[in-house]
Design a protein around this ligand. Structure first.
Ligand code: HEC
Length: 151
């Protein structure tokens, strides 16, 4: 009896640890995505003239590019953390069943973020606007395919 209690206690600690880690990585990747989204909002607020702090455009373009380029897909989207796992995530299983396409989608988005940095360095508002729009499309393309739709 005593042993069974010890075994089940050990098991529940193990299970907790495993799920705890998965929850942590899901929160972590959402924070990266939110950060990227916030950089876009900061740049867009300046382009739309809601604020006039244009010196923020280049650093936030850089931060956005570096954040996307740094994503380690294997560590940030580990197996077993899709929306079928019962955890609070919108990541679809196709991320793992078609990892090649997921990687490619991240690569395309990262390239568009780099193009935004180059436009921001140039300082032409129209070019920056175009580059931001092109980048935004690549975010949407990935979300359409790899993220659960909002209801
Ligand atoms: C290669 C695919 C991919 C690209 C590119 C991508 N995302 Fe995401 N994004 C995801 C996935 C998958 C999720 C769902 C994460 C989860 O719930 O586990 C997500 C979630 C988000 C979220 C919601 C985070 C939350 O709190 O739930 C935001 C905001 C976001 N992305 C913004 C962006 C922006 C802005 C870009 C472009 C600059 C971008 N993403 C590019 C795949 C991508």
């Amino acid at each position: 009896m005593k042993y069974i209690t010890i075994i089940s206690l050990t098991l529940s600690i193990l299970i907790n640890n495993v799920f705890g880690q998965e929850e942590d990585i899901i929160k972590y990747r959402k924070n990266i995505m939110k950060a990227v989204g916030n950089h876009i909002s900061i740049i867009a607020a300046n382009l739309k003239g809601k604020v006039d702090i244009n010196s923020d455009i280049l650093p936030h373009s850089n931060a956005l590019y570096l954040s996307l380029a740094a994503i380690d897909i294997d560590k940030t989207f580990p197996e077993g953390t899709s929306n079928t796992s019962g955890l609070k995530t919108k990541s679809l299983p196709i991320i793992w069943s078609d990892k090649k396409a997921f990687r490619e989608s991240m690569k395309v988005s990262t390239e568009k973020a780099k193009a935004l940095v180059i436009a921001a360095e140039g300082g032409n508002r129209q070019d920056i606007g175009k580059a931001l729009g092109a980048l935004g499309k690549t975010c949407g393309n990935c979300h359409n395919k790899f993220r659960e739709k909002k209801n």
